[in-house]
Design a protein around this ligand. Structure first.
Ligand SMILES: C[S@@+](CC[C@H](N)C(=O)[O-])C[C@H]1O[C@@H](n2cnc3c(N)ncnc32)[C@H](O)[C@@H]1O
Length: 225
């Protein structure tokens, strides 16, 4: 998958070069490019924003600089352009799986009060929000999207680890334990030491249902629908 990011702060994306995403970049499972929207400003001081028509606090990113930066990207008929926005539809595991099948994503990161609506109407296929709160910019949401989508790209993670994760089958994951066997007087549940795979599977399934019922009962209701 190729991901082009339109941003005013490309330096923020260096943190993607670590751990599992770093490895996915190294193995070409994903290619990530940043395009600095400011490079497309025609003004002497590289200004990219201006006051909002109609008044109000804060600045709005101009449509022309965004459009020119978008036009600098080579596209195919399979390119999908996403604007990270608190007004978008919520990013869910379901949506993540769907996006992991895309060939080419363009992610537009807003800042300040947002982006002029006219360029959004012209270039954006979909608006996605990472939660019902407002962040300073679209950079962290874009990184969240890239991180979670990359985990679902074929070959990046072991298929088993994705299958049993939280939100698969509308359940949260069962609790995990590792060495030492006894920690601060607390013992690892006996069944996990038994070597009986059928019993372990049964225990994990029950735990997953109990945890989901306790912490996120609405997920179980989703399953019933
Ligand atoms: C300060 S916010 C603008 C908020 C906007 N004035 C509003 O009230 O809807 C600046 C940028 O951060 C990004 N952003 C903020 N919260 C977000 C969220 N929950 N999900 C995705 N992107 C978000 C968007 O790209 C947005 O253009």
């Amino acid at each position: 998958m190729k991901v082009d990011i339109l941003t005013l702060f490309p330096e923020m994306f260096v943190s993607l070069e670590t751990s599992i995403i770093g490895k996915a970049i190294e193995t070409n499972a994903i290619e990530i490019n940043t395009i600095n929207i400011r490079d497309f400003s025609k003004s002497k001081h590289k200004k990219v924003d201006d006051r909002a028509y109609g008044g109000g606090a804060g600045m709005v990113i101009r449509p022309d600089v965004v459009y020119d930066s978008y036009n600098s990207i080579q596209k195919t008929k399979n390119t999908k352009t996403i604007y990270l926005s608190p007004k978008g539809s919520l990013l869910t595991q379901e949506k993540v799986k769907e996006l992991s099948k895309e060939e080419h994503l363009i992610l537009l990161c807003g800042h300040y009060e947002g982006v002029d609506q006219r360029v959004l109407d012209k270039i954006v296929d979909e608006e996605i929000s990472i939660g019902d709160y407002v962040l300073t910019g679209g950079e962290l949401p874009a990184m969240v999207l890239i991180d979670t989508v990359t985990r679902h790209i074929e070959g990046v993670l072991n298929k088993e680890s994705i299958k049993e994760e939280s939100f698969s089958e509308n359940l949260l994951e069962y609790p995990q334990y590792t060495r030492p066997e006894i920690f601060l007087d607390m013992k690892v549940p006996e069944v996990l030491l038994s070597g009986n795979h059928k019993e372990i599977e049964k225990w994990r399934e029950n735990e997953a249902i109990n945890i989901t019922r306790k912490k996120r009962p609405e997920l179980l209701k989703k399953e019933e629908i």
